[in-house]
Unconditional design. Structure first.
Length: 273
Protein backbone atom coordinates (compact mmCIF):
# COMPACT_ATOMS: atom_id res chain seq x y z
CA UNK A 1 0.00 0.00 0.00
CA UNK A 2 1.44 3.34 -1.11
CA UNK A 3 1.19 6.13 1.46
CA UNK A 4 0.68 9.56 -0.02
CA UNK A 5 2.72 11.78 2.33
CA UNK A 6 1.50 14.96 0.70
CA UNK A 7 -2.13 13.95 1.27
CA UNK A 8 -1.41 13.09 4.89
CA UNK A 9 0.30 16.43 5.50
CA UNK A 10 -2.51 18.30 3.79
CA UNK A 11 -5.16 16.44 5.79
CA UNK A 12 -3.31 17.05 9.05
CA UNK A 13 -2.98 20.75 8.24
CA UNK A 14 -6.69 21.22 7.55
CA UNK A 15 -7.64 19.20 10.63
CA UNK A 16 -5.44 21.48 12.73
CA UNK A 17 -7.07 24.55 11.17
CA UNK A 18 -10.53 23.19 11.94
CA UNK A 19 -9.58 22.43 15.55
CA UNK A 20 -8.13 25.90 16.02
CA UNK A 21 -11.26 27.52 14.58
CA UNK A 22 -13.77 25.53 16.63
CA UNK A 23 -13.28 27.47 19.87
CA UNK A 24 -13.49 31.05 18.50
CA UNK A 25 -16.37 30.13 16.20
CA UNK A 26 -18.26 28.55 19.10
CA UNK A 27 -17.69 31.67 21.24
CA UNK A 28 -18.93 33.89 18.40
CA UNK A 29 -21.97 31.66 17.87
CA UNK A 30 -22.81 31.73 21.58
CA UNK A 31 -22.43 35.52 21.72
CA UNK A 32 -24.76 36.08 18.77
CA UNK A 33 -27.31 33.52 19.99
CA UNK A 34 -27.32 35.17 23.43
CA UNK A 35 -28.27 38.46 21.81
CA UNK A 36 -31.08 36.74 19.91
CA UNK A 37 -32.60 35.10 22.99
CA UNK A 38 -35.01 36.46 25.55
CA UNK A 39 -33.90 36.70 29.16
CA UNK A 40 -35.93 33.58 29.99
CA UNK A 41 -34.21 31.58 27.24
CA UNK A 42 -30.78 32.80 28.35
CA UNK A 43 -31.41 31.67 31.93
CA UNK A 44 -32.80 28.28 30.92
CA UNK A 45 -31.07 25.19 32.32
CA UNK A 46 -29.92 23.28 30.38
CA UNK A 47 -29.07 25.99 27.81
CA UNK A 48 -31.39 26.17 24.84
CA UNK A 49 -29.81 25.41 21.49
CA UNK A 50 -33.07 25.73 19.56
CA UNK A 51 -35.15 28.81 20.31
CA UNK A 52 -37.28 31.47 18.66
CA UNK A 53 -34.90 34.35 17.82
CA UNK A 54 -35.82 37.94 18.57
CA UNK A 55 -34.24 41.24 17.56
CA UNK A 56 -35.64 43.08 20.58
CA UNK A 57 -32.29 43.11 22.36
CA UNK A 58 -30.58 44.72 19.38
CA UNK A 59 -33.36 47.30 19.10
CA UNK A 60 -33.04 48.14 22.79
CA UNK A 61 -29.28 48.49 22.53
CA UNK A 62 -29.37 50.76 19.49
CA UNK A 63 -32.41 52.86 20.36
CA UNK A 64 -32.50 52.84 24.14
CA UNK A 65 -28.86 52.76 25.18
CA UNK A 66 -27.44 55.48 22.92
CA UNK A 67 -25.06 52.86 21.57
CA UNK A 68 -24.49 54.60 18.24
CA UNK A 69 -23.08 57.63 20.06
CA UNK A 70 -20.65 55.37 21.91
CA UNK A 71 -19.69 53.85 18.57
CA UNK A 72 -18.91 57.32 17.23
CA UNK A 73 -16.73 57.96 20.29
CA UNK A 74 -14.82 54.73 19.69
CA UNK A 75 -14.36 55.63 16.02
CA UNK A 76 -13.04 59.11 16.85
CA UNK A 77 -10.59 57.78 19.45
CA UNK A 78 -9.35 54.88 17.31
CA UNK A 79 -9.01 57.02 14.17
CA UNK A 80 -7.19 59.77 16.06
CA UNK A 81 -4.80 57.31 17.70
CA UNK A 82 -4.02 55.62 14.37
CA UNK A 83 -3.51 58.94 12.56
CA UNK A 84 -1.05 60.24 15.17
CA UNK A 85 0.69 56.85 15.28
CA UNK A 86 1.26 56.98 11.53
CA UNK A 87 2.61 60.54 11.65
CA UNK A 88 5.04 59.69 14.44
CA UNK A 89 5.60 56.00 13.79
CA UNK A 90 6.39 55.93 10.08
CA UNK A 91 9.47 58.20 10.29
CA UNK A 92 10.58 56.37 13.45
CA UNK A 93 10.22 52.95 11.79
CA UNK A 94 12.08 54.23 8.72
CA UNK A 95 14.99 55.43 10.85
CA UNK A 96 15.12 52.21 12.87
CA UNK A 97 14.95 50.04 9.75
CA UNK A 98 17.35 52.08 7.64
CA UNK A 99 20.02 52.58 10.30
CA UNK A 100 19.53 49.17 11.99
CA UNK A 101 18.71 50.63 15.41
CA UNK A 102 17.86 47.24 16.86
CA UNK A 103 18.07 48.29 20.50
CA UNK A 104 15.44 50.97 20.02
CA UNK A 105 13.22 48.48 18.21
CA UNK A 106 13.52 46.00 21.07
CA UNK A 107 12.77 48.75 23.59
CA UNK A 108 9.57 49.55 21.72
CA UNK A 109 8.60 45.90 21.68
CA UNK A 110 9.25 45.61 25.41
CA UNK A 111 7.11 48.68 26.09
CA UNK A 112 4.27 46.94 24.25
CA UNK A 113 4.64 43.96 26.59
CA UNK A 114 4.33 46.01 29.79
CA UNK A 115 0.86 45.57 31.38
CA UNK A 116 -1.35 48.52 30.49
CA UNK A 117 -2.39 48.95 34.11
CA UNK A 118 1.17 50.11 34.86
CA UNK A 119 0.51 53.25 32.80
CA UNK A 120 -2.97 53.88 34.18
CA UNK A 121 -2.26 55.63 37.50
CA UNK A 122 0.31 58.13 36.07
CA UNK A 123 -2.02 58.90 33.17
CA UNK A 124 -5.00 59.41 35.49
CA UNK A 125 -3.10 61.75 37.82
CA UNK A 126 -1.69 63.78 34.92
CA UNK A 127 -4.99 64.14 33.08
CA UNK A 128 -6.88 64.98 36.26
CA UNK A 129 -4.42 67.78 37.03
CA UNK A 130 -4.78 69.05 33.45
CA UNK A 131 -8.58 68.80 33.57
CA UNK A 132 -8.61 66.38 30.62
CA UNK A 133 -10.62 63.53 32.11
CA UNK A 134 -13.55 62.67 29.81
CA UNK A 135 -11.85 64.20 26.77
CA UNK A 136 -11.00 62.74 23.39
CA UNK A 137 -7.42 63.93 23.62
CA UNK A 138 -6.83 62.02 26.85
CA UNK A 139 -8.15 58.79 25.36
CA UNK A 140 -6.29 59.24 22.08
CA UNK A 141 -3.04 59.94 23.95
CA UNK A 142 -3.38 56.81 26.09
CA UNK A 143 -4.27 54.67 23.08
CA UNK A 144 -0.95 55.68 21.52
CA UNK A 145 0.65 53.28 23.97
CA UNK A 146 -1.14 50.54 22.05
CA UNK A 147 -1.05 51.76 18.47
CA UNK A 148 2.32 53.54 18.16
CA UNK A 149 4.63 50.62 19.05
CA UNK A 150 2.50 48.34 16.89
CA UNK A 151 2.78 50.59 13.84
CA UNK A 152 6.52 51.02 14.31
CA UNK A 153 7.22 47.33 14.82
CA UNK A 154 5.22 46.28 11.74
CA UNK A 155 6.73 48.94 9.50
CA UNK A 156 10.38 48.37 10.42
CA UNK A 157 10.64 45.29 8.22
CA UNK A 158 8.92 47.01 5.30
CA UNK A 159 11.35 49.91 5.34
CA UNK A 160 14.29 47.50 5.59
CA UNK A 161 13.16 45.94 2.30
CA UNK A 162 13.11 49.25 0.40
CA UNK A 163 16.31 49.49 -1.70
CA UNK A 164 18.50 52.35 -0.58
CA UNK A 165 19.10 53.15 -4.25
CA UNK A 166 15.56 54.51 -4.55
CA UNK A 167 16.19 57.14 -1.90
CA UNK A 168 19.62 57.93 -3.32
CA UNK A 169 18.13 58.44 -6.78
CA UNK A 170 15.53 60.81 -5.36
CA UNK A 171 18.25 62.75 -3.56
CA UNK A 172 20.28 63.02 -6.77
CA UNK A 173 17.19 64.36 -8.55
CA UNK A 174 16.99 67.19 -6.01
CA UNK A 175 14.55 65.87 -3.42
CA UNK A 176 15.26 66.50 0.24
CA UNK A 177 14.97 63.81 2.89
CA UNK A 178 11.30 64.52 3.62
CA UNK A 179 10.33 64.58 -0.06
CA UNK A 180 12.19 61.32 -0.71
CA UNK A 181 10.43 59.72 2.23
CA UNK A 182 6.92 60.91 1.31
CA UNK A 183 7.00 60.60 -2.48
CA UNK A 184 9.37 57.66 -2.99
CA UNK A 185 9.51 55.43 0.09
CA UNK A 186 5.92 55.56 1.35
CA UNK A 187 4.33 54.53 -1.98
CA UNK A 188 6.57 51.45 -2.00
CA UNK A 189 5.42 50.38 1.49
CA UNK A 190 1.76 51.36 1.11
CA UNK A 191 0.60 47.78 1.74
CA UNK A 192 2.44 47.82 5.03
CA UNK A 193 0.97 51.20 6.00
CA UNK A 194 -2.50 49.92 5.20
CA UNK A 195 -1.95 46.74 7.22
CA UNK A 196 -0.52 48.55 10.23
CA UNK A 197 -3.37 51.09 10.17
CA UNK A 198 -6.11 48.46 10.13
CA UNK A 199 -4.59 46.30 12.85
CA UNK A 200 -3.83 49.30 15.07
CA UNK A 201 -7.41 50.53 14.60
CA UNK A 202 -8.79 47.16 15.72
CA UNK A 203 -6.58 47.11 18.83
CA UNK A 204 -7.63 50.64 19.72
CA UNK A 205 -11.31 49.90 19.07
CA UNK A 206 -11.22 46.97 21.48
CA UNK A 207 -9.31 48.77 24.25
CA UNK A 208 -11.23 48.71 27.52
CA UNK A 209 -9.06 49.58 30.51
CA UNK A 210 -8.03 53.15 29.63
CA UNK A 211 -11.52 54.04 28.47
CA UNK A 212 -13.05 52.67 31.67
CA UNK A 213 -11.04 55.03 33.88
CA UNK A 214 -10.47 58.08 31.67
CA UNK A 215 -13.74 58.38 29.74
CA UNK A 216 -17.02 59.81 30.98
CA UNK A 217 -20.52 60.47 29.75
CA UNK A 218 -19.30 62.49 26.77
CA UNK A 219 -16.53 60.16 25.57
CA UNK A 220 -17.62 56.68 26.67
CA UNK A 221 -16.56 54.04 24.15
CA UNK A 222 -18.43 50.88 23.21
CA UNK A 223 -16.37 48.39 25.30
CA UNK A 224 -17.18 50.44 28.43
CA UNK A 225 -20.83 50.89 27.43
CA UNK A 226 -21.32 47.13 27.73
CA UNK A 227 -21.22 47.56 31.50
CA UNK A 228 -24.64 49.18 31.33
CA UNK A 229 -26.08 45.68 31.02
CA UNK A 230 -24.50 44.49 34.28
CA UNK A 231 -26.09 45.68 37.52
CA UNK A 232 -25.85 44.73 41.17
CA UNK A 233 -28.86 42.43 41.16
CA UNK A 234 -28.85 40.95 37.64
CA UNK A 235 -27.16 40.66 34.27
CA UNK A 236 -29.09 41.48 31.12
CA UNK A 237 -27.68 38.59 29.10
CA UNK A 238 -29.63 39.40 25.94
CA UNK A 239 -28.51 43.03 25.93
CA UNK A 240 -24.97 42.00 26.77
CA UNK A 241 -24.85 39.54 23.86
CA UNK A 242 -26.38 42.07 21.47
CA UNK A 243 -23.94 44.81 22.55
CA UNK A 244 -20.96 42.47 22.26
CA UNK A 245 -22.09 41.46 18.78
CA UNK A 246 -22.41 45.08 17.68
CA UNK A 247 -18.94 45.84 19.03
CA UNK A 248 -17.47 42.91 17.13
CA UNK A 249 -19.15 43.61 13.80
CA UNK A 250 -17.19 46.71 12.62
CA UNK A 251 -13.69 45.17 12.93
CA UNK A 252 -15.02 41.81 11.72
CA UNK A 253 -16.60 43.28 8.58
CA UNK A 254 -13.52 45.42 7.99
CA UNK A 255 -11.25 42.39 8.24
CA UNK A 256 -13.41 40.29 5.91
CA UNK A 257 -13.41 42.93 3.19
CA UNK A 258 -9.72 43.80 3.34
CA UNK A 259 -8.19 40.51 4.45
CA UNK A 260 -6.42 40.03 1.13
CA UNK A 261 -4.70 43.39 1.51
CA UNK A 262 -3.68 42.58 5.08
CA UNK A 263 -2.24 39.21 4.01
CA UNK A 264 -0.49 40.83 1.06
CA UNK A 265 0.99 43.47 3.34
CA UNK A 266 2.19 41.02 5.98
CA UNK A 267 3.70 38.61 3.47
CA UNK A 268 5.36 41.30 1.37
CA UNK A 269 7.00 42.64 4.53
CA UNK A 270 8.48 39.22 5.21
CA UNK A 271 10.18 38.81 1.83
CA UNK A 272 13.63 40.21 1.24
CA UNK A 273 14.13 41.91 -2.09
Amino acid sequence: MVINKALIKSSAFYMAVVLLCIVPLFVFFWMVSTGLKTQIDNLAIPPKIFFTPTLQNFQNVIAGRNFLAYGVNSFIVATGAVAISLVLGLPAAHAIGRYRLRKIGMALLMSRMVPFISYLIPWFIAFRLLGMIDSYMALITTHLIITLPYVIWIMINFFENVPLSLEESARIDGANYLQAFVYVVLPVVRNGVFTASVLAFIFSWNQFLFSLILSGRNTMTVPVAVFQFISYDQINWGGLGAAATLITLPPLVMTLFIQKYIIRGLTSGAVKE
